[in-house]
Design a protein around this ligand. Structure first.
Ligand code: PMP
Length: 361
């Protein structure tokens, strides 16, 4: 039995999901099967949106599969990777009964989706050392086994740790949990990382799920396009838990344009520029007085500890620069997370920090 069939919620095994008017492959030229309007809206002359969109738009699915090196049937498109996290919980965790394992401080949606779904969260904290803020993978595997958890979330590169895990390390985890748990690797920031994606591991591991998004490197956060890549059996199971028409047609259209050959070339160039800028900003921050530590980052952000993070946060706000206050997160009582912006934006942020120090002196 595959890991997916073994771990699927037992009460959903014979669940077919909603059958929409688009589920049946019917053909014709007079469409009277979905209670849509026969007219386009007169206020939107540019866009005729009278018809429900395809549940899984083929052109976008094909393009994303090509981009990430998977087969189209191994990929489910959704409303950001946020939706993918929710779907994984819905499909594999019985409300009020099952558990997931995470390594805080980490992206908050794993715990939020779990809470909303009545799923307990087992925490295996990141370890802070001279090497960085690192996941303790052996302890995470042990926690999955000890608590019989269904899902293990690995964020690589980590938000906010900036740590990228090697495919070899992830493969070891996945092997140890074969038949026991799904290893979810969130690659939201993979484009900014030197570590390769773990998508190629999918062929040998049916308990792996990979999350990707167009929100970060592809500059499309407002379109809400993300995906989960896994075995075709897993993808079918997740699809049954998803809304009938998850992706609005205008978002499908912009996403297809955003992954065209020419747009992808421009995106790669931007990512290269951003990574160069990240190195420069990290260095400039490290040299400022009042900065305790700048963590190495494989994402489009830097995690920074300050002597007085609250004063820095307020000072940046006064200068119109908004960064993420991490102080309520475990182990991060003195930290802010700073997204790498354009060279001008980064300069403004650094100038605001430098002038704060001059005033304080
Ligand atoms: N994963 C991580 C690690 C993130 O930081 C984010 C957004 N901040 C997401 C997933 C969600 O991205 P989206 O829903 O926009 O695809």
């Amino acid at each position: 039995m595959s890991t997916v069939s073994a771990l699927l919620r037992s009460d959903l095994r014979d669940f077919g999901g909603y059958r929409s008017a688009r589920s049946d492959k019917l053909d014709g030229d007079v469409w009277l099967n979905a209670n849509e309007s026969p007219w386009a809206n007169s206020g939107t002359p540019e866009a005729d949106l009278r018809r429900y969109p395809s549940p899984q738009p083929q052109q976008l699915r094909d393009a994303l599969a090509r981009l990430y090196g998977a087969m189209p049937e191994q990929l489910l498109v959704g409303r950001g990777s946020d939706e993918a996290i929710d779907l994984l919980l819905r499909a594999f965790c019985m409300p009020g009964q099952d558990r997931i394992v995470i390594a805080p401080p980490v992206f908050g949606m794993y715990a939020v989706c779990a809470r909303l779904h009545g799923t307990a969260v087992i925490e295996v904290p990141l370890i802070d050392s001279a090497a960085g803020l690192n996941a303790d993978l052996d302890a995470m595997v042990d926690a999955v086994i000890a608590h019989d958890a269904r899902l293990l979330f690995l964020c690589s590169p980590g938000n906010p740790s900036g740590e990228a895990l090697s495919p070899a390390a992830i493969e070891r985890v996945t092997e140890r949990l074969r038949g026991r748990a799904i290893v979810v690797v969130d690659e939201a920031y993979a484009e900014f990382s030197e570590q390769p994606s773990v998508v190629p591991l999918l062929d040998a591991h049916d308990n792996l799920a990979v999350l990707r998004t167009l929100s970060k490197a592809h500059a499309l956060a407002a379109a809400r396009i993300g995906c989960v890549i896994g075995s075709s059996e897993m993808i079918e199971a997740l699809r049954r838990c998803q809304a009938p028409y998850p992706i609005p047609q205008p978002c499908v259209d912009v996403a297809c344009a955003a992954v065209s050959v020419s747009a992808l070339a421009a995106t790669s160039e931007r990512v290269r520029e951003l990574c160069a800028e990240r190195a420069w900003v990290a260095q400039a921050l490290a040299e400022l007085p009042g900065v305790r530590r700048v963590y190495a980052s494989q994402g489009n952000f830097l995690l920074v500890r300050f002597d007085d993070a609250e004063a820095v946060f307020k000072r940046l706000l006064q200068a119109g620069v908004v960064v993420r206050d991490m102080r309520s997160q475990p182990q991060l009582g003195d930290a802010l997370r700073i997204t790498i912006g354009s060279p001008q934006q980064n300069r403004r942020m650094l100038d605001a920090l430098a002038s704060a120090k001059v005033e304080a002196a």
